[in-house]
Design a binder for this molecule. Structure first.
Ligand SMILES: *Cc1c(COP(=O)(O)O)cnc(C)c1O
Length: 368
């Protein structure tokens, strides 16, 4: 028998989540963010599943865009951080990519090399996150230089990123929005601002384009879920099985350092999944797991290839029983990746992107 751990990817759920992102912002177009191997779900299969729905894709670097083009994907692709060195402009041209320009040296490099056709360009302004982008007071000058170089850049958009669109407290978000409102009025620029949390919670930030990422994969980025985010469906089910069972008297401890100690006669199930697969080692005792579709809890430290769960109250649990670490069990019961994340001092983004290549992805649904 093969090791039972798999990441099952539901491409129909991916498409449903994309449609939700689109329906929440009926006047915007949604570019599907596929960086980091589609947040751990597999770049090319996810792109194929979305290519008839999404008018554009977004990735973090040229290598990710190259993989999509090599797979025959002809959808426009935006490099979210632009080029990392001027030499990349030749490949941007050859692969017909869209570019973010976030700093002076990128602007100069772009104006210094005439591409075979003008590049669709997204000028990034730093509206307060202070990571990438032109300061607001220098954005107009950068915009004018691009606008004056129609052989180099075309179809200009103003782009920015929010630091805290997920937060209950909207103070910081509104400050960024006010900076952007003033610029957009001056430049009369089409915008691309909203990530997943802004798509889900802040209609006033929806622009000509939005950039939903984690929500496509069923991750709810909001600090407090809302009616829209509750409609997201899990895309990845991290599924394994019990490979051994231990019956322990009260007082016995389990796993490295004996972190968990039985308070009563206990049954412990050993599950084929560990931090060597990308499961978070910070998972505390009590982190939820579904065994045969029923909730139980991690008991003891996560090891490299295994973890242990308390199955005392699950009468039918035994060797071979289905274990869902997050996602949808065979019974239909769902364990949200965000709930697991809260037990690991983590976020759904890190859990999903953290699943390592060692775990085979199995694709279900949609056209592939
Ligand atoms: C990753 C990323 C996104 C998507 O963010 P989510 O929170 O996953 O929706 C959008 N814009 C930029 C610039 C990004 O880097």
């Amino acid at each position: 028998m093969a090791r039972p751990l798999t990441a099952d990817i539901d491409l129909d759920a991916l498409r449903d989540n994309y449609r939700l992102a689109r329906d929440l912002a009926p006047r915007s177009r949604a570019m599907a963010v596929l960086k980091a191997d589609a947040y751990g779900h597999g770049l090319v299969p996810c792109a194929r599943a979305l290519k008839d729905l999404a008018p554009a894709f977004a990735v973090a670097c040229l290598e990710e865009a190259e993989r999509l083009r090599q797979a025959g994907i002809t959808t426009p692709i935006l490099l979210l951080e632009g080029i990392f060195e001027a030499e990349e402009l030749a490949a941007v041209d050859a692969l017909d990519l869209w570019l973010v320009v976030h700093s002076d040296w990128q602007l100069e490099a772009m104006l210094a090399r005439r591409p075979s056709r003008p590049i669709t360009t997204w000028l990034k302004v730093d509206s307060g996150m202070h990571r990438l982008g032109f300061p607001p007071e220098r954005t107009e000058a950068a915009w004018k230089r691009l606008a004056d170089a129609p052989d180099h850049a075309c179809d200009l958009h103003l782009m920015s990123h929010f630091a805290s669109a997920d937060a209950r407290d909207d103070h910081y978000f509104r400050r960024q929005l006010a900076v952007l409102d003033a610029l957009v009025r001056d430049l009369r620029a089409p915008t691309c601002l909203a990530n997943s949390p802004a798509t889900l919670a802040w209609a006033e930030s929806h622009g000509a384009w939005n950039r939903p990422g984690v929500m496509l994969y069923g991750g709810d980025p909001l600090e407090a879920a809302n009616a829209a985010s509750r409609r997201l469906a899990p895309v990845m089910t991290l599924r394994s099985a019990i490979i051994a069972v231990r019956d322990l008297p009260a007082g016995e401890s389990v796993g490295y350092a004996g972190r968990w100690t039985a308070q009563r006669r206990s049954r412990i199930g050993v599950v084929a999944c560990g931090y060597g697969d990308g499961y978070d080692r910070h998972a505390r005792d009590g982190t939820p797991v579904l065994v045969n579709g029923r909730r139980c809890a991690i008991a003891g430290r996560v090891s490299m290839d295994m973890l242990t769960v308390d199955i005392t109250d699950i009468a039918d649990a035994d060797i071979g029983s289905e274990v869902v670490l997050w996602g949808r069990a065979a019974t239909g019961e769902v364990l949200e990746v965000d709930e697991v994340a809260r037990h690991c001092e983590a976020i759904s983004y890190t859990l999903l992107t953290g699943i390592l290549p060692r775990v085979p992805r199995r694709y279900h649904g949609a056209i592939q």
